[in-house]
Design a protein around this ligand. Structure first.
Ligand SMILES: C[S@@+](CC[C@H](N)C(=O)[O-])C[C@H]1O[C@@H](n2cnc3c(N)ncnc32)[C@H](O)[C@@H]1O
Length: 253
């Protein structure tokens, strides 16, 4: 939690203990540098990263190197949320739904039409539709929509009981998170909550290749507070086998 992945010492140490990862890292650095030149706006850049990653392997593009891990990561999200307040009658907004790694389980569990997934990547949404078909969930009529930003302006007021963003802010600069916090309160139903994961550091906040962003818990809780939201660190998520941490945000009554 203290390590700064941008420091030279960390890079050298990592390279020495993981020699096989040097070549893929250099390849990724070259690709990302080119994509950053082509797309100065972060969302456009990250959409291009997703297009490139999804064309190779959609499950790896959402962070799972094997199908078993894809299944396990989806189950972990579903189990946690269903143990922490999700009910079948809830309306859920899944920000950065990816290819429905967890989404298909939420869709299966929720009443028809109650799942709304948004993502910036058309490529991963095409893969999401394939997941939906694989699991035979057509009758559940989920919404799967492309988004360019997180103003959520096309969604109704006070509609969603649960808003969820798993492994999305770990790929987002603070300006994107700020935009989300500025607007999520409007779409949350009374008593609703917003759960998100993030890459946590207890040291200096930093980013790697503008793909992975590391924040301190206090930064995100203070940012939520600036928008009238109350955040709390979900301690019991830390026991699950996942590298990220989780915060729940709601509106004080
Ligand atoms: C690591 S994947 C996780 C996908 C899904 N939440 C899951 O856990 O399987 C991150 C997803 O967030 C999407 N994403 C990244 N930035 C976003 C943003 N600002 N708004 C919406 N989606 C975003 C990416 O396109 C990608 O599909």
């Amino acid at each position: 939690m203290l390590k700064n992945r941008t420091s030279l010492t960390h890079k050298v140490r990592y390279a020495v203990s993981n020699p096989a990862r040097i070549a893929p890292y250099l390849k990724r650095t070259a690709r990302d540098s080119w994509l950053r030149v082509k797309h100065p706006n972060h969302v456009d850049y990250y959409r291009a990263v997703m297009a490139s990653d999804t064309s190779r392997n959609p499950e790896a593009a959402v962070g799972s190197q094997t199908h078993d891990r894809w299944l396990a990561l989806g189950k972990m999200q579903f189990d946690y949320l269903s143990e922490h307040g999700l009910a079948p009658g809830h309306r859920m907004l899944d920000i950065g739904c990816g290819n429905l790694r967890a989404g298909w389980r939420f869709i299966d569990y929720l009443d028809s039409g109650h799942y709304y997934g948004i993502d910036i990547s058309p490529d991963i949404l095409i893969s999401a539709k394939q997941t939906l078909t694989t699991y035979g969930l057509q009758d559940k009529l989920p919404h799967l929509t492309i988004a360019q930003n997180l103003t959520l302006d096309f969604l109704p007021d006070h509609h969603f009981d649960v808003v969820h963003a798993h492994s999305v802010f770990s790929h987002s600069p603070l300006s994107v998170i700020d935009e989300c916090f500025a607007h999520v309160g409007r779409v949350l139903a009374p008593g609703g909550f917003f759960d998100f994961t993030f890459d946590r550091t207890e040291g200096t906040e930093h980013q790697v290749l503008r793909e992975d962003f590391y924040y301190r818990t206090e930064t995100l809780i203070a940012l939520a507070e600036k928008h009238g939201l109350r955040g709390r660190f979900m301690d019991d998520w830390e026991t699950r086998k996942h590298g990220q941490s989780k915060i729940r945000v709601d509106q004080p009554t």
